[in-house]
Design a protein around this ligand. Structure first.
Ligand code: MLT
Length: 307
């Protein structure tokens, strides 16, 4: 029997491919609650479980770790390699949900919807406090034109924005097709009314939007991060939000999660969600189904696609 531990909240409906296989058994539960870790052959996680060296030592017979999502930054890839553990992800199952959430965050920030909602719930009718800004005619700067950045660009174009993109891998042809303008990071920082980041968190992107880069942005700029905490330098962000240089900021991700202690979320010009950009029924079904198919293939000795 090939035993799969689905830790974190994995959509069960997406696991049909594994559930229906007589040679596979799926266990749902937290890694720390498993009494016989050596009996587990495969692990599926979202972002809550940190796949550390210690975890891989405890689950010493695991041969594959699947991330039901995109980012594998909660998995110690060096430790996995050392232990001969294959790491896979579900690269496109939550693209639309994440792009839509980012778009919703942009609109909610520009129109101050969460603040207005809170105000009316507090019994106030304060129309003059919530004058917003239109997206139409604004310059949207997208850092990283992968799957999510691309979907966001299409939506922003439909709303009448001019889209600037900083992405070293963007070809002129693709930029033309998507009707976006390829620019340097400095050009994007200097010209954009709204800046949104869509890169993984790597050594190169950690604190990419730092104090130095924020000083190049327009006064009144909006910043959006639905990618990974740490791409925006949180200290610098706090300073530039507090002094009013940044007009508004929407955050779905944080350096430390859960981010209940994060002082950024208490600033009036910040709106925040608890890392839910990919939390839709559709996306969770898609990513679970994607990793289930991959693990099934692996259990039968067949090749996997998203390693
Ligand atoms: C991802 O990396 O896919 C997203 O952050 C969503 C998630 O953590 O589930």
């Amino acid at each position: 029997m090939f035993r799969v531990l689905a830790a974190d909240s994995i959509a069960k409906e997406g696991m049909a491919a594994l559930e229906s296989e007589s040679e596979v058994s799926v266990i749902y539960g937290k890694a720390e609650d498993i009494q016989d870790p050596e009996s587990i052959d495969a692990l599926i996680v979202r972002s809550a479980t940190k796949v550390t060296k210690e975890l891989l030592t405890r689950f010493k017979n695991i041969r594959i770790v699947a991330r039901a999502g995109v980012g594998v930054d909660n998995i110690d890839l060096d430790a996995a390699t050392e232990n001969g553990v294959l790491v896979i992800n579900a690269p496109d199952g939550n693209t639309i949900s994440t792009a839509e959430h980012t778009f919703a965050m942009i609109m909610a920030t520009l129109r101050k919807i969460p603040q207005a909602n809170q105000s009316i719930k507090d019994g106030k009718w304060s129309r003059s406090s919530f004058t917003g800004a239109e997206l139409s005619g604004k310059i949207l700067g997208i850092v990283g034109l992968g799957r999510i950045g691309t979907e966001l660009a299409k939506r922003a174009r439909a709303f009448g924005s001019k889209v600037l993109v900083f992405d070293p891998f963007l070809t002129t042809e693709r930029a033309k097709t998507l009707q976006v303008a390829p620019v340097t990071l400095d050009e994007l920082l200097e010209s954009s009314d709204i800046i949104t980041v869509h890169t993984p968190l790597t050594k190169e992107t950690k604190n990419l939007i730092n104090a130095d880069n924020l000083s190049k942005t327009k006064k009144g700029v909006y910043l959006i991060n639905c990618a990974r905490g740490g791409i925006l330098d949180e200290e610098a962000l706090y300073t530039y939000l507090s002094n009013g240089h940044i007009a508004g900021c929407a955050l779905d991700v944080f350096v430390q999660e859960p981010a209940v202690e994060n002082r950024l979320v208490h600033l009036p010009n910040v709106i925040a969600t608890p890392h839910i950009a990919a939390s839709t029924a559709e996306a969770q079904m898609n990513v679970a189904a994607q990793v289930a198919q991959e693990i099934l293939a692996f259990s039968k000795g067949k090749p996997v696609k998203n390693a």
